[in-house]
Design a protein around this ligand. Structure first.
Ligand code: KIV
Length: 266
């Protein structure tokens, strides 16, 4: 997966919709996991602001800073040879005016090896999306449930206002976004949006009709403790695997069966 020809560029990613190819995306926050994901051939890796919750242990995505996103995105960008790497613009980096948004997104591209930014919004953020795109910064929009709005929403709720959803997705496309994440919306609404826009829709809790799917990797690997959203499918139970491995190590140390002569220098 290391040749330049296999690199997923923004035009290639966007073109997958017209070619009828499904797009797979996952989140990564560090070098080791990003390299593992990339080697599987997934088309997109997102350095998500979900890092605030799954890496930093915060109750929502609001606390993570631009500097922290850049620190982790640089590690991910260094590991990835194939996938398109997209970095979330953290709250409130794109709400402080167009100039600040371009400055923040510009830092992301300059200080990491990543190729695009993602920001939550549609109609209200169209001006910012257009400014970023005209500065040469590829933008993935994020409509439907916008986790950065959790305080206003009072929780992570399914979004059902079809007119607003359509307006947001089409405004993002018109402003120049190359793809749009659709989070937590009924499948029938996601299907309508997917057939209305020419850019790929990447669903999370938006049904099977989207052009691609994204999950938080910790959820997919069964590393999430506590509340797990209904749209998650855990493909492994790494919590159990890790707990069992660490318990065996602890027991071996306590009983004197680790290290053996195999792990010992003569
Ligand atoms: O931050 C994130 O991980 C995301 C995905 C859930 C789409 O925005």
């Amino acid at each position: 997966m290391s040749s330049e020809a296999s690199q997923i560029t923004v035009p290639k990613f966007r073109g997958m919709k017209a070619a009828g190819q499904k797009i797979t995306m996952l989140t990564a926050y560090d070098y080791t996991l990003a390299g593992l994901l990339d080697a599987t051939g997934v088309e997109g890796i997102l350095v998500g602001d979900s890092m605030s919750m799954v890496v930093q242990g915060h109750p929502n995505t609001l606390p993570v800073t631009l500097d922290e996103m850049i620190y982790h995105a640089e590690m991910v960008g260094r590991a990835v040879r194939h996938a398109l790497v997209v970095v979330d613009m953290p709250f409130p980096s794109f709400h402080l005016g167009v100039y600040k948004a371009v400055e923040s997104a510009g830092r992301i591209l300059k200080e990491t090896r990543c190729q695009a930014v993602k920001l939550e919004g549609g109609t209200a953020q169209a001006e910012v999306i257009a400014a970023l795109v005209s500065a040469g910064i590829p933008v993935m929009a994020h409509c439907g449930l916008r986790p950065q709005n959790v305080l206003q929403l009072g929780g992570y709720k399914v979004q059902r206002d079809l007119d607003q959803l359509l307006a947001d997705a089409t405004a993002a496309e018109a402003a120049g976004a190359f793809a749009v994440v659709l989070e937590c919306i009924p499948a029938a609404m996601a299907n309508k949006i997917t057939s209305r826009v020419k850019i790929p829709t990447i669903g999370i809790g938006a049904g099977a009709g989207c052009d691609g799917q994204i999950l938080v990797t910790n959820d997919l690997l069964g590393l999430t403790s506590g509340y797990v959203p209904r749209f998650v499918k855990a493909y492994a139970d790494l919590q159990t695997v890790i707990t069992q491995a660490v318990t065996r190590f602890r027991d071996d140390v306590r009983s004197g069966t680790f290290p053996t002569s195999e792990q010992t220098f003569k």
